[in-house]
Design a protein around this ligand. Structure first.
Ligand SMILES: [Zn+2]
Length: 306
């Protein structure tokens, strides 16, 4: 007898990962493949479907529904990608939900990857009410759960904390100036370090290593990122009465280096409500988006397919 199961798929800019879990949430199989981002939406959907088929068959699982966390702004009415970064060729306008439902033969729920990250983290932490999620990856993304529900906004664009202004005078990847992303993304950590030190040393991980070995420029870049992150969380918390922010993504792996800046921000700019704002690192690592996508799959399973 095949085991009834759900599939959670994380579609990112470099790889596609998937998890197969049983009814109780136990992981039956996991795997990942390189994402064919330059080959168009159909190639991405095919690759994701093949991965799920392969994992399900190796686990002896019968998939009931699948959920996807995907980069880009999602149109929840149609299950298409409304807007996405230029890295993803043929992704904007692609009917991801319908294509995957056809290949997998099951209902498919779709969610923005940062929303899925927060769904996964909030479920793991047992949070049922209000929380901010921030993802410090190649770019900076955000998500908000209010009263236990994701707040997507009328255009699916709520939570874009990375592109809120006022943190620097540096031009952002979006073309505007001063956004949180100019200081706190992995890309920005690399650039800001290069500006200070004159050395191009790759990504946030290498720069974190240098900071731990006593490189003052490297430490300063992380401190500034942590400070901007702390200010952004304090703004969101002040606006929405959020007691907690969960921060994930590659940059957050250097949590110890962000903490001094976060503490600076909370010392001077804590929410005036006096309600303590906790800013904590994510705990699920690379599984968060796929696990959050499984929450979406469970919801999709409850909606009859038309
Ligand atoms: Zn921006």
């Amino acid at each position: 007898m095949p085991v009834p199961a759900f599939a959670g798929i994380d579609i990112g800019g470099t790889k596609i990962s998937a998890l197969i879990v049983d009814d109780g949430g136990g992981v039956l199989a996991r795997g990942s493949i390189p994402a064919p981002v330059r080959s168009g939406g159909a190639a991405m959907a095919d690759a994701a479907a093949s991965l799920v088929h392969e994992l399900a068959s190796s686990a002896g699982a019968e998939i009931r529904a699948a959920g996807v966390g995907a980069a880009g702004v999602i149109d929840h009415e149609t299950g298409t990608i409304r807007a996405a970064s230029a890295t993803f060729v043929g992704w904007t306008g692609f009917p991801l939900s319908r294509e995957l439902a056809e290949s997998l033969g099951v209902p498919v729920g779709i969610e923005n990857d940062v929303n899925a990250f927060l769904l996964g983290e909030a479920a793991a932490a047992g949070i049922r009410d209000d929380v901010l999620g921030v993802m410090l990856g190649t770019g900076v993304g955000g998500a908000v759960i209010i009263d236990g529900e994701l707040r997507r906004g009328p255009h699916g664009a709520a939570g874009e904390i990375g592109h809120t202004p006022g943190y620097s005078d540096i031009v952002c990847t979006c073309g505007q100036t001063g956004h949180l992303e100019t200081l706190a993304s992995g890309t920005s950590i690399g650039r800001r370090y290069a500006e200070r030190s004159g050395e191009h040393v790759g990504g946030a991980r290498e720069i974190a290593e240098r900071a731990r070995q006593g490189d003052a420029d490297a430490a300063a870049v992380f401190r500034r990122a942590g400070h901007a992150l702390g200010l952004a969380c304090a703004s969101a918390a002040t606006l929405l009465d959020l007691p907690l922010a969960i921060v994930g993504g590659g940059v957050a792996e250097a949590w110890d280096l962000l903490v001094p800046g976060i503490d600076d921000a909370l010392r001077t700019d804590a929410p005036v409500s006096g309600i303590p704002l906790q800013i904590v690192p994510a705990r699920l690592g690379g599984d968060a988006v796929a696990l959050g996508a499984i929450e979406t799959a469970r919801s999709a399973a409850l909606v009859p397919t038309s």
